[in-house]
Write a new protein. Structure first.
Length: 405
């Protein structure tokens, strides 16, 4: 009896030690949280001081806004930065990074505001002068941050431009008459030259491309991007931007992956060679290697595939409406809007490193009147109702993801 009891006790002790040793094993490291500036919004109304304060509490890290040429330089060589100072200063004082979309052409350059400023060497020079003036004022160490800002917002941290986006949805006729990837590539080249001359640390971001724009001359985003690469602009931009609007998450994945394939097509020769070599190693490992060697080979392939993507990706617009035309594929109701915000943001956060996602920005901050709205769901795409007080379920999902309130 005593021997049996001792054996049972010994077995119990061994089992206990086993359990304790398993629980003592280090757990898998949690995924690194996305930085604050990963999450942003794209307002379709003017941003007030109270807006910026509410955005800051909600965890908004970036605000993307149109920086039109004519209001800044209404007359040739005469700049008016008043409104821009107020907007950028308000955002920065609330800890929100400004991300401008530079676009538009003043009447003294071209009668068509949607024309790219490339008709003459004079047009190009004026566009570059405009960009240099903007970067000189709002880039790292810019004149605004060293003069007006400390007086307007004593003690507030300066948040200079880190990214400048060149145009918006240039692959569709709503924002660029007669979309032309060759001309757009030229605009990117001269923009890069101007921006880098004032602040080489600023990231040059391609305009956000709508997946499949309709209307005369619209070009699918992946075809447009491919043509921009073929036009020799690869060295003149740091990141691409997508607007992968879709009625479901599957469509978002398809659009982003199609764009990633285009980027990989123009990877450096060394990166392509490394990827090819990794695939051959995997093939050999599958034929005669152990499971451990196959796992290692798969990891090398995965790492090499990431190396093919030589440009980061910004999702500078994504969204759905909560009310609107029942025929619209992007009107999802209040709960549907909230659910798709959660799923899409979680997707981009999960794929942040694999897809090299720099940020994801919700379109838009608050609802607006349907009259004059740019699309059949845009008026109800906000996180807040038009009264700017009533938060929608989508805002609750947004702050859960950002850690805001």
């Amino acid at each position: 009896m005593c021997a049996r009891a001792s054996w049972r006790q010994l077995r119990g002790l061994v089992a206990l030690v086993g359990v304790l040793s398993l629980t003592a094993l280090p757990s898998a490291a949690p995924a690194e949280a996305a930085p604050k500036e990963f999450f942003g919004v794209v307002p379709q109304n003017s941003v007030t001081s109270s807006d910026a304060q509410r955005m800051a509490r909600g965890g908004v890290g970036v605000v993307r806004f149109p920086l039109k040429w004519e209001p800044v330089e209404p007359t040739d060589d005469e700049f008016d930065f008043g409104a821009l100072d107020r907007l950028i200063g308000t955002l920065a004082a609330n800890g929100i990074r400004p991300l401008p979309i530079v676009s538009g052409v003043p009447a003294y350059v071209d009668h068509d505001p949607l024309a790219l400023p490339l008709d003459s060497s004079a047009d190009k020079s004026q566009w570059q002068e405009f960009l240099r003036a903007v970067v000189n004022r709002y880039g790292e160490g810019g004149s605004y941050w060293t003069t007006a800002y400390p007086t307007q917002y004593p003690g507030a941290e300066a948040l200079p431009l880190r990214t400048v986006q060149i145009w918006n949805e240039q692959n569709g006729p709503k924002h660029a008459h007669y979309p032309n990837p060759g001309l757009y590539a030229e605009l990117v080249k001269i923009s890069h030259t101007a921006i880098a001359s004032e602040d080489p640390s600023i990231e040059v971001l391609l305009g956000g491309m709508f997946g499949t724009p309709t209307g005369e001359g619209g070009i699918d985003a992946w075809d447009f991007l491919d043509a921009v690469y073929r036009s020799g602009a690869k060295e003149s931009f740091d990141a691409i931007a997508v607007h992968p609007y879709s009625p479901d998450i599957k469509g978002i994945k398809q659009q982003v992956n199609t764009m990633r394939k285009v980027i990989a097509r123009y990877a450096d020769a060394a990166a392509k060679k490394k990827f090819k070599k990794a695939k051959k190693s995997l093939k050999r490992a599958k034929k005669r290697g152990s499971k451990a060697k196959v796992r290692k080979a798969k990891k090398r392939v995965k790492k090499a595939r990431r190396g093919l993507q030589t440009a980061d990706i910004w999702v500078t617009e994504i969204g759905w409406g909560s009310e609107g035309a029942s025929t619209s594929r992007l009107v999802k109701g209040l709960e549907g809007q909230a659910r798709l915000l959660r799923k899409s943001f979680q997707l981009f956060e999960k794929k942040r490193k694999k897809w090299r996602i720099s940020g994801v920005l919700w379109y838009t901050w608050r609802d607006r009147s349907a009259f004059g709205a740019p699309c059949d769901w845009c008026a109800s795409a906000g996180l807040f109702r038009q009264d700017n007080v009533t938060a929608k379920p989508a805002f609750n999902e947004y702050v859960r993801l950002t850690g805001g309130s």
